[in-house]
Design a protein around this ligand. Structure first.
Ligand code: ZN
Length: 126
């Protein structure tokens, strides 16, 4: 990676670092809310009138779980991209080693593959 390429990638690295901090904070906040919900439902479990309330709480928790899972997956992508930055392979496809289109990287700085390899990866995964 030459210096001018590195310079054009700098804003992407700044974005990745900010996104990493944001995701860590979101996941941490969700964990705290989880503990609160568990404590609250423990108290409400003794009251039959609260059954409906508990059901809606469970629904919210499931929704939150999905969000946390998504956040964790994104966090691992973001961290992998930062690791590639450190070893000098950021912006290079992990499958074919060709440069990833800059437009694609600007839209998704954590992208690990070029469009062709990503498309292939997604079609073989399902
Ligand atoms: Zn590729």
């Amino acid at each position: 990676m030459n210096t001018s390429t590195q310079n054009s990638f700098t804003p992407l690295r700044v974005w990745l670092l900010a996104r990493e901090a944001e995701l860590v904070a979101e996941i941490g906040a969700a964990r705290e809310a989880d503990i609160e919900a568990a404590t609250a439902s423990g108290v409400a479990a003794t009251d039959v009138n609260d059954l409906e309330d508990q059901a809606s709480k469970r629904e919210r928790t499931t929704l939150q779980d999905a969000e946390v899972r998504r956040d964790r997956a994104e966090l691992s992508d973001v961290r992998a991209a930062l690791a590639r930055w450190n070893d000098g392979t950021f912006g290079t496809c992990i499958d074919c080693a060709q440069p990833i289109d800059f437009q694609r990287l600007s839209a998704t700085p954590s992208a690990a593959r070029c469009i062709a390899c990503q498309t292939r990866f997604e079609s073989t995964r399902s």
